[in-house]
Ligand binder design. Sequence first.
Ligand SMILES: Nc1ncnc2c1ncn2[C@@H]1O[C@H](COP(=O)(O)OP(=O)(O)O)[C@@H](O)[C@H]1O
Ligand SMILES: [Mg+2]
Length: 258
Amino acid sequence: MNHIEKALSRARELRAIRGGEAPANSTTMTVEGITPEYTQIAVIPAAGRDSPTKLVANRPWHPASDVYRLLRIQVLQRLSRSDKTTLAVTSARSGEGKTLTAINLALSIAMDVNQTVLLVDLNFRSPGIHQEFQFDPKAGLNDYLSGKANLNDCLVNPDIPRLLLLPARGHATNSAELLTSPRMTALARDLKQRHRNRLIIYDTPPLLSSGDTLGFLPNVDTALFVIRDRVTTRSDIQRSAELLSDHHVIGTMVNAVS
Ligand SMILES: Nc1ncnc2c1ncn2[C@@H]1O[C@H](COP(=O)(O)OP(=O)(O)O)[C@@H](O)[C@H]1O
Ligand SMILES: [Mg+2]
């Protein structure tokens, strides 16, 4: 049994004990907080968002926020232990909860006053972060990579302390090329080095439907693998584990929809 399968069975045990959804693995880093410079960055007022949103991790009274706090602690501890600051959230197929997990993990980490987070949408074929935050990006990371926009035109402050978004826009057909481009590699390196205490979470495309994510993974320190409970098949998990075998995987999260 490889480590993803072990994590899966451990998560099932945990879920059985708690009777609810439970992330299997994952991780706190005690680092000094930094105040990002938001002066030139568009602000999307939180007050404009409809209330029935799946952004729950920044609402401490919401039952699901506990789950994301647990995930946050595990992810941060593991990152801290190995001195890593960039994390790709991925899964075998679409619809398994990568975007929801990436967003709520980012929100939960941003709730920690010592921690700032940049959440990046790498799913250029079907970007989802702006949809959950309910705004229409004027420019996206794919525009920056194509030389059509400046980075500051793409960054968005969602009016949530310590969180910054780098959304994608439209439906790019050349996403594999953009994700493996020298410009993407240089940006990933620059984003990581510019604020060394900031965590960067990348929401990625599905691992198995294209080479997009695999091509990008060398640009991140580690990956969090999401499995949708009762949906992700064993063979997809095995195939994903093979593809991820050359990369550092921080843990596996089982996403159970109640
Ligand atoms: N644990 C969950 N509880 C409720 N809805 C969920 C859960 N996980 C995913 N979803 C919903 O399922 C759909 C697919 O999730 P998403 O995060 O977009 O998947 P992916 O990014 O892997 O394609 C979205 O509508 C999302 O809100
Ligand atoms: Mg997604």
